[in-house]
Design a protein. Structure first.
Length: 210
């Protein structure tokens, strides 16, 4: 009789142990599920941020509508629009109103896209949205537009601007110790404020400015 009692008590104790073990496994699984929840939430947030980033990129590529001097609307697109939007307020003021007409904007024979303004021009090597665009103005712009032969010398039969020997712009104008510089594919143009001197360099050789 005593042996039966011990056997029953042992079975009850074993059953209790199994119950406790099962409860422990259940708690571990719940903990894992709870731990994974923040991860899922983070992934969801990351996805939302990714979508917001895509929206921002799309917004960055939006066109810009500007009023020309004659009251008409000029629409900037692609890298030209991106550059204008990134310009400082002072740069926008110095550029002035966009020009209109057949020669005011478009795509050159070499694929360069451009938009002329009253005070300068914005150009990009091509119309791809990721292509950087640059502002060129003042006496540097004037010298760049001079028609030149293949060697860079002024020539009535030559070509100017991005079609000329200097090629397209590769930088905005910089200013170092009173010397303003714009670089191009095949050279550079500098203007020194104190002397009002313009210097044009094509393929490493200084050529006449005008």
């Amino acid at each position: 009789m005593k042996q039966s009692t011990r056997r029953i008590a042992g079975l009850v104790a074993a059953a209790s142990a199994v119950t406790l073990i099962a409860a422990g496994c259940s708690d571990d699984n719940d903990s894992n599920s709870a731990a994974s929840s923040p991860s899922s939430a983070a992934e969801g947030t990351s996805g939302m941020e990714g979508m917001a980033g895509m929206s921002g990129s799309a917004a960055a590529g939006a066109s810009v509508d500007l009023k020309a001097a004659d009251g008409s609307t000029v629409k900037l697109t692609g890298p030209i629009a991106a550059k204008y939007k990134a310009a400082t307020e002072q740069q926008k003021t110095d550029l002035g109103a966009p020009s209109t007409g057949a020669e005011a904007s478009g795509t050159g024979e070499n694929g360069v896209v451009f938009q002329q303004f009253a005070g300068g021009v914005i150009t990009a090597k091509n119309s791809e949205e990721s292509t950087p665009a640059y502002i060129t103005w003042g006496k540097i712009r004037d010298a760049w537009n001079v028609k030149r032969d293949a060697e860079g010398n002024p020539s009535a039969d030559g070509k100017g601007g991005s079609q000329g020997p200097l090629g397209t712009a590769t930088s905005d104008e910089t200013d170092e110790n009173g010397v303003k510089t714009s670089t191009f594919e095949h050279g550079k143009i500098t203007w020194t404020a104190s002397t009002d001197k313009v210097e044009v360099t094509v393929n490493g050789k200084v050529v006449p400015a005008q």
